[in-house]
Design a protein around this ligand. Sequence first.
Ligand code: SF4
Ligand code: SF4
Ligand code: SF4
Length: 439
Amino acid sequence: MDKYSEIRVPISHNNPSIKRNERKCVLCGKCKDVCKKKMGVAGYWKYDSEDIVCINCGQCANVCPVDSITEVDSTDALMTAINDPKKKVAVITSPSVRVSLGEMFDLPAGEFVAGKMVSLLKRLGVDYVFDVTFGADLTIMEEASELIDRIKNGKTLPQFTSCCPAWVKFVETFYPQYIPNLSTCRSPIGMMSSVIKNYFAKSIKIDPSDLVVVAMTPCVAKKFEAEREELRSYYGKDTNFVVSVREVGRLAKRNKIKFSTLKDEPFDSHFPTGSGAGVIFGASGGVMEAAVRTAYYFTTGENPPSDLLQFKKLRGYKDVKTASVNLLGKEIKLCVIFGTMQARDVLNRLKSKNYDMIEVMACPNGCVGGGGQPKSNNPDERVVARAKGLYDQDAKMDIKSSFENPKIQALYKEFLISPLSEKAEQYLHTSYRAREYKK
Ligand code: SF4
Ligand code: SF4
Ligand code: SF4
């Protein structure tokens, strides 16, 4: 047991997301403070237990003033895969990294650098760069269909979003009675990796075990998600490993790549960029707004009206937001939360409130405030600027909703058949398990 656990968070030696450099720790207690007050984890389990409870969010690393806590580094693994002539490497990039990577090279928060990011990854030797906004569109096709199915057929409600692995682990640990509420949809990275291994690998005639899928994310909880038994198949892991924005920034510097001089390059065209709905996944409220756009179409056959394409009540830097929308002749009540401590509060009062869908993202303002994002002395300002960058991009896009994406439609036609089909369940959905801990 950590002899300083009265002051700081203990970290297990096999935590896949974070580690501590003992020599740097100044025992300031900031890690424990954020873990307790924002994440609702420290203080909710017995510290004398050998089994350390951690939801892998990485917020302790973000607040550590001396970089004693950092992400577990996977950059060597990435370079080893790139340099292995038997392997092909596909990097898939999360929605929010395109508005934060620039900060690693002194550009302002929120600056849209998707083209330079692709170029940087190609310079490092990556074979394919795909956009996870495509995976986010897939998630929405499935999640909106699941919501409609639950409402129509009287199944368990509210439906909880499941794209944040820290939130999923939080439910599995502290609120296992709500596991049936979690959407069975894999996260966008989980879906994208599965489609790459099971569909794309075949199309380029490569054994899926020779195709290394690496997720570039704002998130260190994804390092935990990639290890989940539920996300493995005969070829091994769907997502081989995960690198954060900070790791990619450091790797570029180690390789003396001048970010500012890179020319924009497009994502590889096998999976083109997703819709505007996929882009806004990176901000708190974005998943809900994206789901509403497509659920509206699925239930009415019509494109969503302009107020649902700019669902103002779901936007903004507020830890709990509520709204409602009329679907299937009913008022569907929505709740959006960031911070698992806030989620505790909502879950503890859930009986008296009646929501149909709840989005929870663990980090401040969602993935734009993720535990693998560039660190900052003014984090609130930065997460707002990054979210603005995503909403601005959505506003510029012609295809705003996941159902409109022609490549998504083609993928269903050629491979997945339809949302919630047997194939879609096999490749795009998952299951969860209760986790024991000492109270
Ligand atoms: S990663 Fe999150 S849950 Fe784990 S110790 Fe850090 S703040 Fe707490
Ligand atoms: S925040 Fe960093 S320096 Fe402070 S107690 Fe935690 S690990 Fe140590
Ligand atoms: S909010 Fe986003 S970055 Fe944070 S843990 Fe969840 S998925 Fe990861």
